[in-house]
Write a protein that binds this ligand. Structure first.
Ligand SMILES: [Mg+2]
Length: 321
């Protein structure tokens, strides 16, 4: 009896063309495509500097190349920004090239990408993407769960492109230079702390093409990646706006600290309820970070299954059965 009911349900699902009242819009595979619950993408979103990499990415290669001491450079950049009440990110992007020019060093886009190869990553980062992917595959009893990795960074797109992990990201939102039209490369896009939140909404709403407007209203149920399916990874104050957006919208956040170093910032974030967990930035399988991320993934997967079941029941209700 049970089996026959299932067969009947499957047959109905296969032929059904009723309008849907909730998530799970028709997949774009022709009029006879089988409707499916399609909010099954999990997004892991990372900050870069201090989160995946121990130090700001410019310190590994760009600053040494132009003979600048990183400490002195950031001190000067921050002092200038304060004096001029300028945006600190625009200030650093400008100052890097001003100094390169003064030293007679020309660095174009390709050079920046090449510099990315010298960026250091926390232990296990290189293997993390595949290891977490395997975990999701094993644990997702629901077919069709997809895992995506995103990067949102105030650092430089070009340098990130040169790193070994670039290929794992579904999309990278980072600051970027405009090389051609100016004598000195000019900031094309600057991603500030609060600006980062725009990209969380782009991921949430599926509007990842930066030419498309993000501010138009989109009902919650039409957003392809609910915040509840997202985990944000950050390391400190610059991530507070993103963590706040995540948590206020039902999403998740994890803070990391350098292994073996003080974790006061993480404790502060935890106490302020900005994060679910914190852990040392050790991305190797079996680490606290790995385990705690898997816990959140388990919760997300369970949530997806519950919602998919609700979606099925709603379709039955619409059909009046
Ligand atoms: Mg950071």
């Amino acid at each position: 009896m049970q089996e026959r009911v299932l067969e009947g349900e499957q047959a109905r699902a296969a032929n059904d063309d009723l309008p849907l009242s909730r998530p799970g819009r028709r997949q774009g595979r022709g009029a006879n495509a089988r409707p499916a619950f399609d909010r099954k993408v999990i997004a892991l979103v990372y900050d870069f500097d201090g989160t995946l990499s121990p130090r700001p990415m410019q310190e590994y290669t760009f600053l040494p190349k132009i003979g600048e001491d990183p400490k002195a450079f950031w001190a000067e950049s921050n002092r200038l920004a304060r004096e001029q009440a300028a945006d600190p990110l625009i200030t650093y992007m400008h100052l890097m090239y001003k100094k390169a020019k003064a030293k007679g060093v020309r660095i174009d886009r390709e050079d920046l990408v090449a510099l990315g190869r010298g960026v250091d990553l926390f232990p296990g980062v290189t293997e993390w993407f595949e290891a977490i992917g395997e975990y999701v595959k094993i644990r997702s009893e629901t077919n069709g769960v997809t895992l995506r990795h995103y990067l949102i960074s105030s650092g430089l797109t070009e340098i990130i492109e040169g790193t070994a992990i670039y290929r794992h990201f579904h999309n990278v939102f980072a600051s970027e230079y405009w090389f051609d039209p100016y004598d000195l490369p000019y900031p094309k896009r600057v991603i500030t702390d609060t600006g980062k939140t725009q990209y969380l909404f782009r991921i949430n709403k599926g509007i990842e093409d930066l030419r498309d407007n993000i501010n138009q209203h989109m009902p919650e149920r039409d957003r392809p990646i609910p915040f509840a399916n997202m985990i944000y990874f950050g390391d400190g104050d610059t991530d507070v706006p993103s963590m706040a957006v995540m948590r206020k919208n039902g999403g998740h956040a994890i803070a990391v600290y350098p292994p073996g170093k003080p974790k006061a910032k993480c404790i502060e974030l935890f106490k302020a309820n900005r994060i679910d967990f914190y852990a040392a930035a050790d991305y190797r399988r079996g680490s606290d970070l790995f385990r705690r991320t898997c816990l959140l993934i388990d919760r997300i997967l369970a949530d997806i299954r519950v919602q998919e079941e609700v979606w099925r029941i709603e379709r039955e209700v619409v059909r009046g059965r």
